[in-house]
Design a protein around this ligand. Structure first.
Ligand code: 16G
Ligand code: ZN
Length: 550
């Protein structure tokens, strides 16, 4: 009875805006910040129930990533630090759209029954809260707290302003019983980075490339965090622009990873003086990372080094360490089998997939969205996943890590300092550096930097691993995007009937043509992607297919 009145009373303070329809979508609820108080309040309830039923800490992050500054959003991190289980998404949607407090209460009662959740039975729930730098974030965080407090036994812990991956990392670390504060995060990253740098082969150090790096922080949360992290590190000369400090510019406006990757032009704050220098862009909440270099003094064109190429760089490095570990001439040689898997989406440039396959790697595809890629990558000893947009990470299975630790211990006594031993140490350092919960621009950046030093590669050398096929992306506004249904990791249209045949016929007209369409998970549109041997051809293919979508 106490729970009922508490919930009803709190809910009455957060009325649903009229005419709104919320959907948990690919990555949580998104809308204009001013529309979201009721949604975030309800997400607080959702997070509390998720924590109650798992008996573990969960996370709630308030961010709209690369979207405009007036937008905001909310998503839940599960106990393992990953995205909330998809099984709960229908409940999340129902909760967000319940018209009145009584409906909300009924939904909570009914769902708790179905999921065997006992509220007020003395169990406790713990929810870590984080938000990015958006102005609407503070009020929304308060709404989340009230949602959490509306469930008896649930406690909100405000972690302050964070990158999305920091919050996911904290949830994961806390549930593993490890140190989980922000200083712990910075310490783990800087230590494992140093470890990798110390393991750079001596002969590579003499022709060591430039240590200078300029980072576009999208005027979001990542730039300031990088500046904090930088204080704990040596070996790199990092300059941050679009850091989000007052007066520097507007969040995600003409800057950031999404802008750079989609528009392929120089972001705000960068220009002729940066020609040839290694540059990187974060998105607004720092879970995406792309690199680029400014090509000429006179134009705004760039050489984009996207998520696919970051993936290729990591894959080459990991593969090399595994082959060192498996060299027969190693002292204490023992077979060290490891299943290495690469996960991409249909947006991966065809040239990147060809390159990875030529290396002999196993490449698999999933639909767009971190939750799909992450899940697939978990099936391997080492699973590397990246979206072309720059979201990705490397996952190590627990079994693999313990085998690696065992080998490391053995070698540390027998042949410390051997190549064999160093390879084991490098892989262990990577597993510490790279965020195991979700893609993380900060940790990804440090790994890219360490691997470039190891290889002795400039950004130009890295970029030349393969050349991207020209591509074009278009948006088509439609009355109902759910009319388009896809299969085979979004590469085939199954509805409306006949559309795939049209796409096939158009694609067949182009050399190296590839084209797919899919409903966006974050906007009310259909996206068209086309690739072909020339830019004109890619544009032509995209436009002709877009006409048939309308
Ligand atoms: C979200 C996803 C991202 C995906 C994008 C696709 C997460 C954390 N983020 O930003 O992975 O690429 O949506 O957007 O899952 P779209 O469906 O509008 O093309
Ligand atoms: Zn993001």
């Amino acid at each position: 009875a106490k729970q009922r009145s508490l919930l009803l009373e709190s809910a009455s303070r957060f009325p649903l805006p009229s005419g709104a329809k919320f959907s948990y979508g690919t990555a949580g609820f998104r809308s204009q910040g001013s529309m979201l108080a009721s949604t975030v309040f309800r997400a607080g309830i959702l997070a509390a129930l998720r924590s109650l039923t798992t008996g573990s800490t969960v996370g709630l992050m308030i961010t709209a990533s690369h979207n405009p500054v007036a937008d905001n959003g909310v998503k839940i991190a599960d106990p393992d630090g990953g995205m909330m289980t998809q099984r709960w998404e229908p409940f999340a949607d129902a909760l967000a759209n319940a018209p009145y407090p009584e409906h909300l209460l009924q939904l909570v009662i009914q769902f708790s029954k179905e999921e065997n959740i006992t509220i007020g039975g003395g169990q406790s729930a713990q929810i870590l809260l984080g938000r990015d730098t958006r102005p609407s974030g503070e009020a929304l965080l308060e709404a989340a707290k009230q949602g959490i407090n509306a469930i008896i036994g649930a406690v909100a812990i405000d972690m302050g302003i964070l990158t999305t991956p920091q919050l996911h990392w904290m949830v994961r670390s806390r549930n593993k019983g490890m140190k989980a504060s922000e200083p712990d995060y910075f310490t783990q990253l800087s230590r494992s980075f140093k470890c990798l740098m110390d393991l750079v082969p001596k002969e590579k150090i003499k022709d060591r490339m430039d240590t200078k790096l300029v980072v576009d922080g999208a005027n979001g949360v990542g730039g300031g965090k990088l500046e904090e992290l930088k204080k704990m590190m040596t070996g790199l000369e990092i300059y941050v622009r679009n850091s989000g400090k007052k007066g520097e510019g507007i969040l995600n406006e003409r800057c950031g990873a999404d802008y750079v990757q989609k528009e392929k032009v120089v972001p705000c704050g960068f220009g002729p003086d940066d020609v040839g220098i290694r540059c990187a862009s974060f998105d607004g909440d720092a879970d995406r990372l792309v690199y680029f270099s400014v090509l000429s003094q006179s134009s705004d064109s760039i050489d984009l080094v996207d998520g696919d190429k970051i993936l290729a760089l990591f894959a080459v490095f990991i593969k090399e360490q595994l082959s060192i570990l498996n060299q027969k001439e190693n002292e204490l040689y023992k077979e060290f089998p490891a299943r290495l898997g690469i996960v991409q989406t249909a947006y991966a440039n065809g040239a990147s997939t060809d390159y990875l396959k030529q290396l002999g790697l196993e490449v698999v595809f999933t639909p767009t969205g971190v939750k799909y890629l992450h899940k697939k990558a978990l099936e391997y000893d080492i699973g590397i996943y990246f979206e072309a947009n720059g979201h990705g990470t490397i996952l190590f299975s627990e079994n693999f890590i313990s085998r690696l630790e065992a080998v490391n211990n053995e070698l540390a006594s027998g042949s410390a300092g051997s190549e064999h031993h160093k390879a084991a140490l490098r892989l262990l350092a990577v597993s510490q550096l790279i965020n195991q919960a979700v893609g993380d621009a900060l940790s990804g950046l440090l790994l890219v930097e360490a691997v470039l030093q190891y290889m002795g590669w400039s950004i130009q050398r890295w970029s030349e691993l393969y050349s991207d096929l020209p591509s074009r992306q278009l948006k088509v506004k439609v009355a109902d995007r759910s009319a388009v249904v896809t299969a085979n990791a979004e590469t085939q249209v199954v509805k409306p009937l006949g559309l795939q045949e049209v796409i096939d016929a158009e694609t067949a007209k182009y050399n190296r043509g590839r084209c797919f369409i899919r409903p966006s998970g974050t906007e009310d549109i259909i996206r068209v992607y086309a690739e072909a041997s020339t830019q004109e051809a890619a544009d032509g293919l995209a436009h002709s297919v877009a006409q048939h979508v309308d």
